[in-house]
Design a binder for this molecule. Sequence first.
Ligand code: PHE
Length: 345
Amino acid sequence: MNIEKLKAIETEVITAINEVNTLDELSGVFNKYLAKKGLVSSLGVHMKDLEPSERATFGKALNELRKNVNETYEAKKLALEEIALNKQLKSETIDLSLPGVNYLPGGRNPFYLIKDEIEAIFIALGYSVEEGPEVESDHYNFELLNIPKDHPAREMQDSFYFDEQYLLRTHTSPVQARVMQAAKGKPIKIICPGKVYRRDADDMTHSHQFAQVEGLVIDKNINLAHLYSALDIFVKAMFGEKREIRFRPSYFPFTEPSIEVDVSCFECSGSGCSVCKQTGWIEILGGGMVHPDVLAMNGYDPDSYSGFAFGIGIERVAMLRYGIDDIRKIYQNDIRFLSQFRKQD
Ligand code: PHE
């Protein structure tokens, strides 16, 4: 190894660098000459073979070579990077004159609009929102609600059973029992929205799956007037200030007395029309005073505590509020139906 050879190597490397056209090719040259094990890096080993007098000149020349080669390499790298960047910028240019993609504003399913509205009304009245399991035990769905095995009231709610013990809940009322047990004798004021299931044939007004909002209030001295007041506020908020409610006697095994609640017809205001079947009233929900046996079974002394409960069908309220004639439309994903509930603002 001598100075001439060093010069020759320098020319070789600089030519190689100058000839590349892409960053990929440049990194090939780098690996061959400039990387840790490349030719240029290994030139230093020859120092030990030289006469001590020659070492200084050789070392100087080697430093010169490294400097020149590195400068050429860095300059080439910068130039190639700029070319690559320009190419990328060009390919990613956005043509602002192209017409845009027109996204339609989304609409919410009327089911959720009404569910949220019911929740908001009761939250404003101080209720909290609870949840319960959809796969429920016979014990909670029936027994703790005063519907023992073989009770004819079970026939009111044809059910989907998994086995002897478990079924899809037929109403949200089992949450009454769950909340009472968890509250351990303290006052309660809750609603529970959720899906329920019944082995019904689907038609215009029935679906094997629908949803209810359960309400439960327990405290000292709760009476039917409190239930009336809560539902009157609910109905006026949901269907308008002019609406009236009326109670009719009914039967549920877990309430005593039990009531069916009607709202004065918002279509004809009571004079009779097809919506209210000429009666002036529309049935909207069931409720009553929590049966003393249900209170006792779930940890409350019926002599000092009383309470009311109600169950609202969410789809039924949505159908009445929006004039939907077929419950199945709520579950089908028909954009012609859903787009009617698009926000107008
Ligand atoms: N669970 C009853 C039903 O599904 C409704 C209801 C709830 C009645 C609470 C009374 C009290 O039919």
